[in-house]
Ligand binder design. Structure first.
Ligand code: PGA
Length: 271
């Protein structure tokens, strides 16, 4: 089976777990489970501090990814940027992907469209794959005259255009778009809203492909992988793949439970 036709499932551990011991235990359990999963590309994005542990395990079973990076000096991968981690460092420790533009980076770390564009360029410069997150803030909104509007399309279009500004056709093949509506992230935890439905994500995917088509043409749009992220679990994962026609998932909370995450990986596999 061709690499690109496999579904892609990415674990985003965010700022978890708190101890190296827990990280080792979680990685070990996922590693043992992942060995039995066929025809799925599994990527784990732990906090960068735990990446060396992951690098010691067989990267045939899964690959590693960074949750973020800093954009300055991509060629040398070094510089006077306290706290920064360069894409080259991530590559050298064995990462294949870097998540760029996650909504939590925007909310808590002040990331702007311009910063996201610079990060994306830096990631692609060193030859890594980028998981570009896009998504609208709220499910529904109302215009100034109180009329209901679906926020999704104009926002997604602007996010994609800004992030991909100046990215060459030759590099775009290494970009995966993750549709992550902000209102659906961590919904499982708060129960404030429901996760998106397969229909929601399908219409987002079609719109994302159209936007890519307008920017880069049909072939690139056809080949672009689109993932969904936001309160996914072992119960809804298969629906997003089958009915939502997603190319994979970006998983937050459910990736911190090895058995749940492995169940999800199995359920998205295509025979
Ligand atoms: P969640 O997070 O699965 O916990 O909603 C997804 C994400 O933020 O990538």
């Amino acid at each position: 089976m061709k690499h690109e036709t496999k579904k892609l499932i990415i674990a985003n551990w965010k700022m978890n777990p708190a101890t190296l011991k827990e990280a080792e235990a979680l990685l070990g359990s996922i590693y043992r489970g992942a060995k039995k999963v066929k025809n799925v590309e599994i990527v784990l994005c732990p906090p960068a501090i735990y990446l060396p542990v992951l690098a010691r395990l067989s990267l045939k079973t899964f690959s590693a990814g960074g949750q973020d990076c800093f954009y300055e000096n991509p060629p040398t991968g070094g510089g006077v940027y306290t706290g920064g981690i360069s894409p080259l460092m991530l590559k050298n420790i064995g990462c294949r992907y870097v998540i760029v533009g996650h909504s939590e980076r925007k909310k808590y770390f002040g990331e702007t469209d311009d910063i996201i564009n610079k990060k994306l360029k830096a990631v692609l410069f060193v030859g890594l794959g980028a998981v570009l997150c896009v998504g609208e803030e709220s499910r529904d909104s109302f215009d100034s005259r109180g009329r209901w509007t679906r926020e999704l399309n104009p926002i997604i279009k602007e996010q994609i255009k800004a992030a991909l500004n100046g990215i060459k056709k030759s590099q775009i093949g290494r970009v995966v778009v993750a549709y992550e509506p902000v209102w659906a992230i961590s919904a499982g935890k708060t129960k404030a809203v429901d996760a998106a439905s397969p229909d929601d994500v399908l219409s987002a995917k079609i719109f994302i492909k159209k936007t890519i088509n307008d920017l880069y043409g049909r072939k690139i749009a056809d080949n672009m992988r689109v993932l969904y992220g936001g309160s996914t679990d072992s119960k809804n994962a298969a629906g997003f793949i089958k009915d939502g026609q997603m190319d994979g998932l970006l998983v937050g909370a459910s990736s911190l439970k090895a058995s749940e995450f492995i169940k999800m990986a199995k359920s998205v596999a295509v025979e």
